[in-house]
Design a binder for this molecule. Structure first.
Ligand code: FRU
Length: 548
């Protein structure tokens, strides 16, 4: 079927065939970016989990390598599950991963390169001491997985954290080690949140309070924090004043990635969040089991996340593949708000930009819908800038707190919104994926801004998950534009709002709006005019991915 073929992406990372899930062990080593991933070499559904492996010099062109880790030991015979890479003090990498056995009993093991001088790190060996960690007392062997990258503190101990749960409380266990082989469970948890269930794929990393540069955990060893710690003495937790910590968890119950910003005390070895609760999501669409790494080549922190399919398992079997990785994203703290991180596709993605079509300012009257020139085809990078509407021009507002992206979606009519883009749309507007703003007056008199991604009309095909995604985005009083960057690639639409303050990834499977039949539109379904300041549309090239 043509539409099954048309759903394969052109510039996102995906294996040649079969099933993929979590990104694992991302790192930069001797000139290459490495990505490993949960992979079923035998089929397009989850099972027989191995670590697939690919390398790149620019994070967009990938070459597939042989499987890095396969289930071949008693302790991982049911699957080599998720884990992370750490660059050790001698500069060589080590992988910590979860082995599954005996009906998904989980333990943690280690693998090291057979030849660390090989920049491709083609062959890996499991260490004889495996498994290094069994589930501790009080933790079920079913709830103990996905070790993080390790970090070294000034006491000379390596630390890792591992997700688990106790009854309904999601927890992050903390372990220390001097030699990376013998690990000791600490009696305090790094972090926990009640009633959140099993914590998968936890991630924990520092971010600078100002600027885009990424930092590694080694910042904990820096003179700044040492001096600060000395001044504070033993009484108070020695927090740094220049960086914060981010803790991310993938909630098994809801299948969403949440993050919290806070401080990490090297005295108590606890993470203390700035705000209570599990925190916002990285992405309000399909984005799970994500993981960051520190890119020492360019001093960035880069985030990888898994975008699973919204079609059925039967569709996946027919296609012969399932899942893509969302584009790698640079991630840093939003200094303007201090309360969220920003995400933006790595700048290498821009090198895939081909022909540009730019449009000048125009006004979208209520009910307008315009075809955007230059927006034909299934691989686009679109930036649209709207003038923030002046809400004070509305004198009598009816509170619209009921509106929610999933109720009516783009077909709803408000005052300011919905307005935005229709991507992957056919000439007759039968199929379309709407990405739009909706500005809502609240009872308090304040206006809030939502962004939604509406999949309800994306495809005529049956058996798809067409959930509408969305969330509120913080628009600061000093900001007078509303901005969307939308990357379209056949069956994935990645939306970045307001410079990366909000992200929404969706998976869609048009049957009419495929390949060269796909169009781009701008629309305004609100009752007030909206000014579009600019629209820039790039055609995106494909990247050929081969085995080497
Ligand atoms: C998350 C996850 C991990 C586990 C892996 C198994 O998607 O369930 O917790 O290690 O996938 O493939």
């Amino acid at each position: 079927n043509a539409f099954y073929k048309a759903s394969r992406t052109g510039y996102h990372f995906q294996p040649e065939k079969n099933f993929m899930n979590d990104p694992n062990g991302p790192m930069y080593y001797k000139g290459y970016y490495h990505i490993f991933y949960q992979y079923n070499p035998k089929g397009a559904v989850w099972g027989n989990i191995c670590w697939g492996h690919a390398v790149s010099t620019d994070l967009v062109h990938w070459q597939y390598l042989e499987l890095a880790l396969v289930p071949d030991q008693w302790y991982d015979i049911e699957g080599v599950w998720s884990g992370s890479a750490t660059i050790l003090e001698d500069g060589t990498p080590a992988i910590m991963y979860t082995g599954s056995r005996n009906g998904q009993h989980q333990s943690q093991s280690m693998a090291i390169p057979v030849d660390p001088s090989d920049p491709l790190l083609r062959k890996w060996k499991k260490v004889p001491e495996n498994p290094l960690l069994l589930n501790p007392t009080g933790i079920s062997p079913h709830d103990f997985r996905d070790p993080t990258t390790a970090w070294l503190e000034s006491d000379g101990l390596w630390r890792i954290t591992i997700g688990a749960k106790v009854e309904k409380t999601g927890i992050a266990l903390l372990y220390t080690s001097r030699d990376f082989r013998h690990w000791e469970l600490q009696d305090t948890w790094l972090h926990h949140v009640n009633a959140t269930g099993m914590w998968e794929c936890v991630d924990f990393y520092p971010v600078l309070e100002e600027g885009k540069l990424g930092v590694d955990h080694s910042i904990l060893l820096g003179p700044k924090s040492e001096q600060l710690n000395a001044e504070l003495g033993g009484e108070q937790p020695p927090f740094s004043d220049t960086f914060k910590y981010v803790f991310k968890v993938s909630l098994d119950d809801t299948r969403h990635d949440h993050y919290a910003i806070g401080n990490y005390s090297t005295a108590t070895h606890k993470f203390v969040t700035d705000r209570p609760g599990i925190g916002p999501r990285y992405d309000y669409g399909k984005f799970y089991a994500s993981k960051t790494f520190y890119d020492s080549k360019t001093s960035r922190r880069i985030l990888w996340g898994w975008a699973n399919e919204s079609d059925s398992e039967q569709d996946d079997i027919t296609k012969g593949w399932a899942s893509v990785q969302a584009l790698p994203r640079t991630i840093w703290l939003d200094a303007k708000t201090g309360s969220n991180i920003l995400q933006w596709p790595v700048e290498e993605v821009d090198r895939l930009r081909g022909g540009l079509t730019s449009h000048d300012s125009t006004v979208l009257e209520p009910r307008d819908i315009f075809k955007v020139k230059g927006g034909d085809g299934p691989q686009l990078d679109i930036t649209v800038v709207f003038q923030k509407p002046d809400v004070t021009t509305v004198d009598r507002v009816v509170p619209d707190e009921e509106f929610d992206c999933s109720q009516g979606g783009s077909a709803h009519r408000g005052v300011f919104g919905p307005f935005g883009l229709l991507v992957l749309t056919d000439d007759n507007l039968i199929e379309h994926t709407a990405v739009f703003f909706y500005i809502t007056p609240m009872k308090s008199g304040a206006w809030t801004t939502r962004v939604c991604s509406d999949q309800s009309r994306s495809s005529l095909a049956p058996n798809l998950d067409t959930t509408v995604y969305g969330s509120f985005v913080n628009i600061l009083p000093t900001e007078d534009t509303l901005e969307l960057r939308v990357l379209v690639d056949h069956s994935i639409v990645e939306t970045f709002v307001q410079g990366g303050r909000l992200a929404i990834t969706s998976r869609v499977y048009p049957t009419l709006a495929i390949n060269e039949k796909s169009r781009l539109f701008l629309f305004n379904n609100g009752t007030r005019p909206i000014t579009v300041k600019s629209v820039d549309v790039y055609q995106m090239s494909s990247v050929a991915m081969h085995a080497i």
